[in-house]
Design a protein around this ligand. Sequence first.
Ligand SMILES: *[C@@H]1O[C@H](CO)[C@@H](O)[C@H](O)[C@H]1NC(C)=O
Ligand SMILES: *[C@@H]1O[C@H](CO)[C@@H](O)[C@H](O)[C@H]1NC(C)=O
Ligand SMILES: *[C@@H]1O[C@H](CO)[C@@H](O)[C@H](O)[C@H]1NC(C)=O
Ligand SMILES: *[C@@H]1O[C@H](CO)[C@@H](O)[C@H](O)[C@H]1NC(C)=O
Ligand SMILES: *[C@@H]1O[C@H](CO)[C@@H](O)[C@H](O)[C@H]1NC(C)=O
Ligand SMILES: *[C@@H]1O[C@H](CO)[C@@H](O)[C@H](O)[C@H]1NC(C)=O
Ligand SMILES: *[C@@H]1O[C@H](CO)[C@@H](O)[C@H](O)[C@H]1NC(C)=O
Ligand SMILES: *[C@@H]1O[C@H](CO)[C@@H](O)[C@H](O)[C@H]1NC(C)=O
Ligand SMILES: *[C@@H]1O[C@H](CO)[C@@H](O)[C@H](O)[C@H]1NC(C)=O
Ligand SMILES: *[C@@H]1O[C@H](CO)[C@@H](O)[C@H](O)[C@H]1NC(C)=O
Ligand SMILES: *[C@@H]1O[C@H](CO)[C@@H](O)[C@H](O)[C@H]1NC(C)=O
Ligand SMILES: CC(=O)N[C@H]1CO[C@H](CO)[C@@H](O)[C@@H]1O
Length: 791
Amino acid sequence: MVFSAFLAILAVIAVAEPRLYIRAAGGSPPGAADDPAQYVNQLIGTSNGGHVFAGATLPFGSVKVVADSNSGDNQGGFVSDGSSIRGISQLHDDGTGGGASLGNFKIMPMYCDVSSNGCVTDENSRLVSPGPLSTSPGYFSIGLGNITAEVTVTAHTALHRITFNAASSSPATLLFDLTNDLSHSFHNGSIQIAQPANGSANGTTPIVGGGNFSPSFGIGNYNVYFCLDAPSIDAASLYSGSSIVNDTSLSLNGGSVGALLQIDSTALTSQNNTFLTRIGVSFLSSDQACSYAASEIPDITSASFDTIKAAARARWNDILGTVQVDTTGVTHDRIEIFWSSLYRSYISPINVTGDNPLWESTEPYYDSFYCIWDSFRTVHPLFAITQPGPQAEMVRALIDVYRHLGFLPDCRMSLDQGETQGGSNADSLLADSYVKGIRAGIDWQTGYEAMVKDATVEPPNWGLEGRGGIASRKQLHYVPQNDTTDPMPVGAYQGRSASRTLEYSYNDFSIALVAQGLGHTADYNTYVNASGDWVNLWDPTVNNTGYSGFIQPRLADGSFVSVDPRHCSPVLGHTDCFLTPTGGEFYEASSWEYSFYVPQDMAKLVGLMGGADTFVKRLDAGWDNLFIDIGDEPAFLLAFLYNYGGAPSHTVDRVLTILAQNYSTAVGGLPGNDDSGAMGAFVVWSSLGIYPVAGQAVYLISTPLFPSITITNPDTGTTAHIKAVNFDNASTNKYVQHATLNGKPYTRNWISHDIFVKGGTLEMTLGPQPSSWGTQSGDLPPSVSTGYKVD
Ligand SMILES: *[C@@H]1O[C@H](CO)[C@@H](O)[C@H](O)[C@H]1NC(C)=O
Ligand SMILES: *[C@@H]1O[C@H](CO)[C@@H](O)[C@H](O)[C@H]1NC(C)=O
Ligand SMILES: *[C@@H]1O[C@H](CO)[C@@H](O)[C@H](O)[C@H]1NC(C)=O
Ligand SMILES: *[C@@H]1O[C@H](CO)[C@@H](O)[C@H](O)[C@H]1NC(C)=O
Ligand SMILES: *[C@@H]1O[C@H](CO)[C@@H](O)[C@H](O)[C@H]1NC(C)=O
Ligand SMILES: *[C@@H]1O[C@H](CO)[C@@H](O)[C@H](O)[C@H]1NC(C)=O
Ligand SMILES: *[C@@H]1O[C@H](CO)[C@@H](O)[C@H](O)[C@H]1NC(C)=O
Ligand SMILES: *[C@@H]1O[C@H](CO)[C@@H](O)[C@H](O)[C@H]1NC(C)=O
Ligand SMILES: *[C@@H]1O[C@H](CO)[C@@H](O)[C@H](O)[C@H]1NC(C)=O
Ligand SMILES: *[C@@H]1O[C@H](CO)[C@@H](O)[C@H](O)[C@H]1NC(C)=O
Ligand SMILES: *[C@@H]1O[C@H](CO)[C@@H](O)[C@H](O)[C@H]1NC(C)=O
Ligand SMILES: CC(=O)N[C@H]1CO[C@H](CO)[C@@H](O)[C@@H]1O
């Protein structure tokens, strides 16, 4: 989740070129869906704060089209709350907190007479109630009164098909709105009715232009350009405010400007009342937008629409199909939740390679890392096993951001810098790929340099990149509250000292793992050592709800500051801990919750908490009392942490409880912001029966929700199988009794990444009672203090 109580102080594209995905040859489990797109429900998470993008996009596609609701919850565009529709816009982000993102270049079909100035252009006056919806991967359709608006997409281009159903005395008209993005951030821009040329199709009226807008959770601004083509136009006019203007081009600094296209009634009749318009989008120029449009969608016809729609679905099926599940005996809801969650994992970030105006580079460029604080935990580890090729491109893009802007980002959107939330978690994102052997084209020396810079060089504004409190931490081995050595620039916030200390410690462990791999032994020791800093905030004297010892903020003089360990949880001050001046020392979660966040050395933490039994009881108490909040990312890992206490059966119970209580197929079926697929990916992992300790080649075992799962590495063609014997839909037989890995008995409650590189089979035999499987000290996942080793 990201949330900013102030409105942001002050661009995105994806290319998805065809790519061959090797499918499991002969290894597909029975019942696997050939067309998993059929199970995707794009409306899950479109109310109740999920902020899910429900519209048409390709995987990692730049153009993301959906109808924009006139709702306070419209971060992702469409909201299932009955709000009226402002128009259908071409760009969006998925599932974010922060402000409403993008929503540029809306179109609105209507019946009105342009020549008599009879069209209502004002955004608030032209609102229409939402009619019937229809969605499928790469496709979105909505009724708008007597009009049906459909859209399908390629990477940078939208193709809209609009059916004017009514016999109306007023002509059919299309409004194009240049200036009203979702947050009304337009600054300046231009629009021009051009002659049919410049890459536009035969006989169309192209309209080109662009605007300058503000990002939704960051600083700066961005330019984005469009190229609209529409055959069957009688006349095109520009409007300004509520008046038609007698110009074919306008440049403006603010105001409300767009175009009105009067549709040729004869053509409309001859085409069964359908009208097509194509809109290319680019962050570089309108010429580039026209060029994307002409090359990606050469024909602006109804037949072309059907072809593009089918191609988009096929592409989704390709990317979804790297995971295959046997659905025998699994409820339809679970199947739908699984594929919908996997689908959402691939919406962001966006591939804007070749469309980046910020710098010239031969490296890939991706945007909408919104935010890495969310996505490093579940999304990028998922890519590491299902989409290592794209993941390698994303890592290269992040390293290129470092090359050109000086630091790895923590959050980016709309080609702008977003705000940092906790630590410098790009370090852990990179390490996750490194320890999983992702190398393709990645300059790891420079990647490592970027990580070390995060740890050693404080940027002028660590509210936007890097880390704060570096000098103090070097001296004190924690980030103190009210760090006087480290004043924040105006508009940024000093707090979060406790949660940042925990995250920086873990980020340092990530640096250590990469140092080790690259043979930098001295650095390895330095950073493993620094990864132990969290313990300096452990205050053993604090008691709460029967448990003692909590992470607490600390001043530079060494004294602890007392914070109720429940503060920032759903039961106490839940909304007090966002990026605000009074956000406090824990970010978006309580001390109760953060006190479990030591993925590098859980063994030491279990000891501090009084041993495995107390640890397990305490983790249960945290969940049962709602001191841990499944509505926000820091909680994800905690559902699986029981494995470190030798209690994998508690992990099974907790994960199943969370899925049953907090996830459903309903429009409100997510417990919080989807955050660029972070929640979706959490559900995917929970369903696979393994969960990544992000940044390590370690997966904690829970219980699979399918009898058989096959994951094909698209690069190597190797397959990893997860099999459940005695599977009964995780209703009674849910606990692992014994397991084998590649046919040999396996008692550890975790596996390494090896199975995804070499291929292999993890087979779990399930039963109705917790067993001794995975409970012995030798079965526990690795920790620094017990000699960290992954093999
Ligand atoms: C990203 O976009 C570039 C440029 O279009 C393309 O070459 C590359 O294959 C794309 N990457 C993926 C994963 O689709
Ligand atoms: C549908 O069209 C008819 C005929 O033009 C009109 O009377 C009616 O109000 C329209 N309904 C809506 C919901 O726009
Ligand atoms: C289209 O191309 C012509 C000549 O090539 C150029 O003069 C004109 O500015 C272009 N129009 C747009 C809208 O790019
Ligand atoms: C908006 O104005 C700025 C500053 O003059 C300019 O650099 C930018 O290109 C303009 N953007 C558009 C889309 O016209
Ligand atoms: C519109 O502009 C054209 C060319 O500049 C001019 O001939 C015409 O009279 C104008 N029409 C109106 C209504 O202002
Ligand atoms: C119009 O609809 C009819 C009947 O569904 C169909 O046969 C015909 O091909 C359609 N024409 C166009 C131009 O789509
Ligand atoms: C599967 O589990 C769900 C939820 O626990 C339950 O409602 C359903 O009846 C089960 N189906 C089968 C076939 O066991
Ligand atoms: C931190 O600084 C703020 C602002 O000066 C002050 O109100 C607060 O009491 C200080 N907190 C501690 C624990 O010293
Ligand atoms: C880190 O190294 C310092 C000495 O350089 C030592 O005092 C400290 O105990 C070490 N910390 C850990 C966690 O190993
Ligand atoms: C916290 O509880 C422990 C026993 O669990 C007790 O020894 C200690 O005095 C308590 N501390 C406070 C501050 O109440
Ligand atoms: C998860 O479900 C539990 C049980 O219904 C509920 O108390 C809790 O508020 C839910 N959490 C979120 C974040 O929705
Ligand atoms: C009028 C016009 O632009 N005609 C063009 C239509 O497209 C064909 C093929 O691209 C061209 O050859 C025509 O010149």
